[in-house]
Design a protein around this ligand. Sequence first.
Ligand SMILES: NC(=O)C1=CN([C@@H]2O[C@H](COP(=O)(O)OP(=O)(O)OC[C@H]3O[C@@H](n4cnc5c(N)ncnc54)[C@H](O)[C@@H]3O)[C@@H](O)[C@H]2O)C=CC1
Ligand SMILES: CC(C)CCC[C@@H](C)[C@H]1CC[C@H]2C3=C(CC[C@]12C)[C@@]1(C)CCC(=O)C[C@@H]1CC3
Length: 382
Amino acid sequence: SSVRLSPNSLATLFRFLKEIFPVSSSSNRRNAFRISSLESFSAWSSKRCAVIGGSGFLGRHLVEKLLGKGYTVSVFDIRQSYELPGVTFHQGDLCDKQALLTALQGVSLVFHCASPAPASDDKALFQRVNIQGTHTVLQACTEAGVQKVVLTSSASVVFEGTDIKDGREDLPYAKKPIDYYTETKIEQEKLVLKACDKEKGLLTVAIRPHGIFGPRDPQLVPILVDTARRGNMKFIIGDGSNLVDFTFVDNVVHGLILSAESLRPESPICGKAYHITNDEPVRFWDFMSDILVGLGYAAPRYNLPYTLVYGLALLLWLLSLLLCPLVAFKPTFTPMRVALAGKHHFYSCSRAKQDMGYKPVVGLKDGIRRTVESYPHLRHGA
Ligand SMILES: NC(=O)C1=CN([C@@H]2O[C@H](COP(=O)(O)OP(=O)(O)OC[C@H]3O[C@@H](n4cnc5c(N)ncnc54)[C@H](O)[C@@H]3O)[C@@H](O)[C@H]2O)C=CC1
Ligand SMILES: CC(C)CCC[C@@H](C)[C@H]1CC[C@H]2C3=C(CC[C@]12C)[C@@]1(C)CCC(=O)C[C@@H]1CC3
């Protein structure tokens, strides 16, 4: 008969051995790799993690999955949106290093899933949180002896409003990003990947999902339904043939955890970016129609030329900027949304398949069904 030890029990065993047979190790935790192989093993197998942005849509799904997989989870977020047994909440701003250091004590793995919502379009806020804040997160991780950082980036970092078909990770970053959100996500990803340093004992990876949807999503379905309820979802922008990636939230969570568990000094994923999608590009307007019809609304039917709608959206956006001191209005059809709705933007995830054995765990049809069922309050007539 054989005895099986889980990584957690091995880590506990190692801590016990270290107590009774102290090994001479550098006091500098950043040099963890150079210490004994046993200690390195303990570090890599530790299941104590923190989710920055864990109160958000993706963050909460991630937290729930991590708990199910036996991780001990701390959430760090500017707000607390729920309570869960086994989760320690730390409310604070990620730009505050002291607050982060408290939350990161004893943590070996950090998932960074926080960002202001793209719709806010607030340049100063995006710069403060996504760029300066990420810099602070990396500093705090180094000081707290965190070994792995997994960033939720975005496939949009290469999108400039023109067609992308089967885009790979080696596409250059967008030179003219379509909005401040994308502009700062690019800088954020660069910062995190540059921080990967095997010598210092900090390993990083960036996961780039695209068009995340699923239960509790605060943007895609709610914005779509709101637009339909106001009678503005009758039109298809362009000829309706553009293919896009929409990624069910469970697949993104799967990609995030897979990357964290594959992140080791010898792994090819260190310091790299990975597209994580459903690997089932779909016509943008078919996807929107499936959601709308599933919730009891009519599917859009009439086609409008792309350039006309884009031009109008640009005009409205400029007007909203000019008039903002006098009247506050937020157009639904922003140039960014029109580009996302009328162009091809789908990405290859073959790098993630090859380097970490990624495979979506929920298919698109199933994801749409689960999403529709989770929004009874948004159904037509509800
Ligand atoms: N939703 C989508 O389609 C996609 C999202 N992403 C990325 O995934 C990540 C998660 O996005 P979602 O869950 O959709 O957004 P979300 O808005 O639901 O969650 C973001 C969380 O970050 C928190 N946060 C914001 N500023 C903070 C600060 N200064 N300090 C601490 N916490 C702060 C918010 O309170 C919120 O709970 C983001 O990094 C986003 O850029 C990437 C690709 C697509
Ligand atoms: C009014 C309709 C024409 C469009 C309604 C749906 C949109 C709200 C969504 C369609 C594609 C989505 C998307 C994002 C947000 C919501 C949509 C615009 C992101 C910008 C979210 C953040 C990212 O990193 C990229 C996403 C691309 C797709």
